[in-house]
Design a protein around this ligand. Structure first.
Ligand SMILES: Cc1cc2nc3c(=O)[nH]c(=O)nc-3n(C[C@H](O)[C@H](O)[C@H](O)COP(=O)(O)O)c2cc1C
Length: 341
C-alpha cells in the first residue's frame, strides 16, 4: 500500500505470523526503467519478507516488460501489476485503474511482461471503472489468457474510491470462472472477516487497511483457521509494535532521494561544492528523524482507529517534532515502562 507498507512495516507484520505473501508499495515502471533512486527504494525488500511481490504501475507494454525484468533481476518472487489505483496522478497516465478502460491494451501489457520474465506476473484490479462498467470479469479472463499467474480483485469501482462496500459476489464470480488463483480484497477489518471471505470460493484474501489498524489480524485469522481462539493483543503489544517500527525506520535509508550523508548535504545546499554551507551531521540526522516522524504520523492515522482515546494519540503524534517526544508519548499512552536512565 502506497506510503504505508514499507519494508520495515512488512517485516514486522510478517514476524507476527499468518501472512502468506507481502506486496511492496506500488512502484513506477518508468522510474524503474530510468533507474531513479527513489523508485528503487520503494522496491526494496529484505530476505525475511519472502515470498515477496513487487507491484509496478504503468501503461506502456515495452516499459512494463522492461520494468518486470528489472524486478526479476532484483530477485523478487512475483511481479504484480497495479490496475486498481484510481488516484488521478496515476490513472491519467494510462496506468492504474485506467487500464481497466482499455482491456485489450491491458492484456497486451500482461502479454509483453509474461514473455519477458520467468517469475509469475499477477494483476491487481478493481471491480471496474464505474457502475456502468464493472468489467473485472472480462478483464480477469483476458489477463489470464495473456499469461497472468493470479488475479486480485478489490470489489469496488474506481468511481467508488472507498465509499460503499466491496462486492465480494463479483469476486466469487470471477474466482469461479478462472482457472488461475483469484484473491479478493476489501473490507476485512477483523480476523473473522478474513475467514468468512476465504469460505466464499476465493483462493486468498488480501488485507489492506485492516493490517494498518491491527498488524496481528493475519496471525489472528491463522489462529481461527486452525481452530484456536485468536491471540490476544494487549495495549503493551500495540505500543511495542510502534516502538519497533520506529527502531527499524531509524536504520532505513533516507527516502527523500539522497542516499548518503554527502549526497544529502549537497542536495540541500547547492553551494556545497566549495564545502561552504554543508549540512552538518546534526542537520542530516534531524532530517531523517523528521522522515521517521512523518512515517509514524501516516501509520498513526490508521493505527489509532478503534483505540480508546486514539484520536488523542493521533493528535499528539501529529504535533510531535522529536523522536524523544514520540517515544515518550507512545510509552505513556500504551503504559510501557520508561526507558531506564
Ligand atoms: C493508503 C492506501 C494505499 C494503497 N496503496 C495500494 C497500492 O499501492 N497498490 C494496490 O494494489 N492497492 C493499494 N491500495 C488498495 C488496497 O490494496 C486494497 O485493495 C483496498 O484498500 C481495499 O482493501 P482493504 O479494505 O483491506 O483496505 C491502497 C489502499 C490504501 C488505503
Amino acid at each position: 500500500m502506497a506510503g504505508m507498507t514499507d519494508t520495515a512495516f512488512r517485516r514486522l507484520v510478517k514476524r507476527h505470523g499468518g501472512c502468506g505473501l507481502v506486496v511492496t508499495e506500488m512502484v513506477s515502471s518508468e522510474g524503474l526503467v530510468r533507474g531513479i533512486d527513489r523508485t528503487l527504494e520503494y522496491a526494496e525488500y529484505t530476505e525475511e519478507e519472502r515470498p515477496i511481490s513487487i507491484q509496478i504501475f504503468g501503461g506502456d507494454p515495452g516499459k512494463m516488460a522492461a520494468a518486470a525484468q528489472i524486478v526479476e533481476g532484483m530477485g523478487a518472487d512475483i511481479v504484480d501489476v497495479n490496475m486498481g489505483c484510481p488516484v488521478p496522478k496515476i490513472a491519467k497516465h494510462n496506468a492504474g485503474c485506467s487500464l481497466m478502460k482499455e482491456p485489450a491494451h491491458a492484456a497486451s501489457v500482461i502479454a509483453a511482461m509474461t514473455k519477458s520474465v520467468r517469475i509469475p506476473v499477477t494483476v491487481k484490479m478493481r471491480a471496474g471503472w464505474d457502475d456502468r462498467d464493472r468489467n473485472a470479469p472480462d478483464l480477469a479472463k483476458r489477463v489470464e489468457d495473456a499469461g497472468a499467474a493470479a488475479v486480485a480483485v478489490h470489489g469496488r469501482t474506481a468511481a467508488q474510491s472507498y465509499s460503499g462496500s466491496a462486492d465480494w459476489d463479483l469476486v466469487a464470480e470471477i474466482a469461479a470462472a478462472l482457472t488461475i488463483p483469484v484473491f479478493g480484497s476489501g473490507d476485512c477489518i477483523e480476523a473473522d472477516h478474513v475467514i468468512a471471505r476465504l469460505r466464499e470460493g476465493v483462493d486468498g484474501v488480501l488485507v489492506g487497511r485492516g493490517v494498518l489498524r491491527n498488524p496481528w489480524i493475519l496471525a489472528q485469522a491463522a489462529d481461527l483457521a486452525a481452530g484456536r481462539p485468536p491471540r490476544e493483543v494487549t495495549l503493551a503489544d500495540r505500543g511495542q509494535f510502534l516502538l519497533e517500527y520506529i527502531e527499524l525506520l531509524k536504520h532505513e535509508r533516507i527516502h527523500d532521494g539522497p542516499q548518503t550523508l554527502d549526497e544529502l548535504r549537497r542536495r540541500r545546499r547547492p553551494r556545497a561544492a566549495s564545502g561552504e554551507g554543508l549540512m552538518d551531521t546534526a542537520e542530516v540526522r534531524s532530517s531523517h528523524d523528521r522522515w521517521v516522524i512523518n512515517k509514524m504520523r501516516a501509520l498513526a492515522s490508521w493505527y489509532t482507529k478503534g483505540l480508546d482515546n486514539g484520536s488523542h494519540l493521533r493528535t499528539a503524534i501529529n504535533s510531535t517534532d522529536s523522536l524523544t517526544q514520540l517515544h515518550d508519548l507512545i510509552r505513556a499512552f500504551f503504559v510501557l515502562d520508561p526507558v531506564p536512565a
